[in-house]
Design a protein around this ligand. Structure first.
Ligand code: FES
Length: 177
């Protein structure tokens, strides 16, 4: 199992904080043609999703109508206007992983997390997604949890694998208290 690299101790960000941060990013893109998608990508990476207030601010500063900004966001599946889990679990359904049990891993994760693909758990800890080839075909089936790649994943070991992240969050919560 891979080592867990990501820590998410920073907690929830207020809308004001998000707008302040995106204003900082927009300073660098003022008047730049073709800035919309890069700015949206940065915002998505910073906040994990794109709340409407952020989309409106981006539109205002880049002189784009809100309908255009919202249209770009809905066109690309990478963008999400809904909050995502702290950990995005992506199951590889590329050929090598599929034939070596990727679908069973996905089914087990749906059951474990009680969500479908594209959904987020009620505690906002995990979002479930699928992907195609993480470059680990020789050690299929593979899943990613944020940037961590886990190889030769077995459905029966998934609770254990996710517990590493759950425990990480509990440790973070203790440090913050
Ligand atoms: S097909 Fe899954 S890692 Fe390549």
């Amino acid at each position: 199992m891979s080592e867990v690299k990501n820590c998410h101790c920073q907690g929830e960000m207020s809308e004001d904080d998000m707008l302040r941060q995106i204003d900082g990013v927009l300073e660098d893109y003022k008047g730049g043609d073709g800035a919309l998608i890069p700015v949206l990508q940065i915002a998505q990476n910073m906040f994990g999703y794109l709340p409407d207030a952020v989309l409106r601010r981006i539109g205002e500063k880049l002189n784009k109508p809100h309908s255009e900004v919202a249209g770009v966001v809905s066109f690309y599946s990478f963008f999400s206007t809904q909050p995502r889990g702290k950990y995005v679990v992506r199951v590889c359904l590329g050929t090598a992983c599929y034939v070596r049990g990727g679908k069973q891993v996905l089914d087990a994760l749906k059951k474990e997390l009680q969500v479908d693909v594209g959904q987020t758990t009620a505690d906002r800890m995990f979002s479930l997604d699928v992907g195609r080839c993480f470059g680990a075909c020789g050690l299929a089936p593979a899943i990613m949890v944020n940037d961590d790649v886990h190889q030769r994943v077995k459905p029966v070991k998934l609770t254990e694998l996710l517990d590493v992240y759950r425990n990480k969050e509990n440790e973070c919560a203790k440090e913050v208290d």
